[in-house]
Design a protein around this ligand. Structure first.
Ligand SMILES: [Zn+2]
Length: 306
């Protein structure tokens, strides 16, 4: 174990990034535990960042519960909303200025276009079912597997007449999409799952970076924060592999150094279904009330009973 007094601090910076939209469950616990173990093994710093961007779904009580549950698991972090630190604030709801900076940089760089499609327009254009297979034998549709954007507004600076990019101050009431380089292979080597390859325009399309309701997308906020907080390694679930490909494009467009990635296998129940927040019986709260220990939760022995 590295002693902080005798060794220079490691440059490793990892993060825990819960979304306070429900109680954490055993799947989150395992991924966060892995992130914690890797930070400790590297003698590095672990950052707690609360991903409370969605004003409709985020709740303060879930944010508090996440900190408490992870603490109960034995997971410790060195920076966060409860501890402060050099990269505060650590709640995404308080970091809008960072996201606007990145949005502006992308706009100036010519990477974005405003999209006026409604959900209905998109559904109508996408009558064909999108791919149902996914890499690494994930049986369910991954959460970030949105349909390929049909390109309706791609040439769409016409939707902002007389407004060259340098004169636009803010996102206004548009969805803004990132124009992906069609046909380009986005490749990276995941530290856990090995080489990954996604084709822009085929595996994922022009994705939203800013929503018309004034909220940046997960993709933009995640990249802006990981870069600003100098994160060197991102540990998260394998359901986000395709998001990593999208985020690599954002890193490149923003001229930020990308971190390394370590995607964890997802926990499934005894029927092979991925755990979701609605699996209340597997929330850390419930398991703890039933008298289970953190070690039993990490071993997954209770999954057999679900
Ligand atoms: Zn559109």
């Amino acid at each position: 174990m590295v002693s902080p007094s005798s060794s220079p601090p490691s440059s490793y910076r990892g993060r825990l990034a819960p979304s306070p939209t429900g109680y954490l469950h055993i799947g989150h616990a395992r991924t966060f535990w892995t992130a914690f173990e890797r930070a400790v093994a590297a003698g590095g710093t672990l950052v707690m960042r609360m991903e409370d961007l969605d004003p409709d779904r985020s709740r303060a009580e879930y944010a508090e519960a996440a900190l408490e549950d992870l603490h109960w698991m034995g997971i410790r972090w060195q920076e966060g909303p409860d501890l402060d630190g050099p990269f505060a604030p650590y709640e995404q709801s308080r970091r809008q200025a960072f996201y606007l900076d990145s949005w502006r940089k992308l706009l100036r760089g010519g990477f974005l276009f405003p999209c006026r499609c409604s959900r209905k327009d998109l559904e109508a254009a996408l009558s064909a079912p999108h791919e149902d297979a996914f890499q690494n034998n994930i049986k369910q549709e991954p959460i970030d597997d949105e349909p390929i954007y049909p390109g309706t507004c791609r040439l769409g600076n016409a939707t902002l007449p007389d407004s060259p990019a340098h004169e636009i101050d803010g996102p206004g009431n548009f969805n803004w999409r990132f124009r992906v380089p069609d046909g380009e292979a986005i490749e990276f080597v995941d530290l856990n799952l090995g080489p990954q390859r996604f084709i822009a325009g085929r595996d994922f399309g022009d994705f939203v970076v800013w929503r018309r309701d004034g909220v940046p997308s997960y993709q933009l906020a995640c990249v802006a924060d990981d870069a600003a907080m100098e994160i060197t390694e991102v540990v998260r679930g394998e359901d986000l592999l395709k998001s990593t490909a999208r985020q690599i494009l954002l890193y490149r467009a923003l001229a930020f150094d990308p971190p390394a990635w370590f995607h964890c296998r997802l926990v499934t129940d005894s029927h092979g279904r991925r755990l979701a927040k609605r699996h209340d019986a597997l929330s850390l709260r419930t398991l703890r009330q039933r008298g289970l220990t953190p070690a039993q939760i990490l071993s997954g022995e209770m999954l057999a009973a679900t």
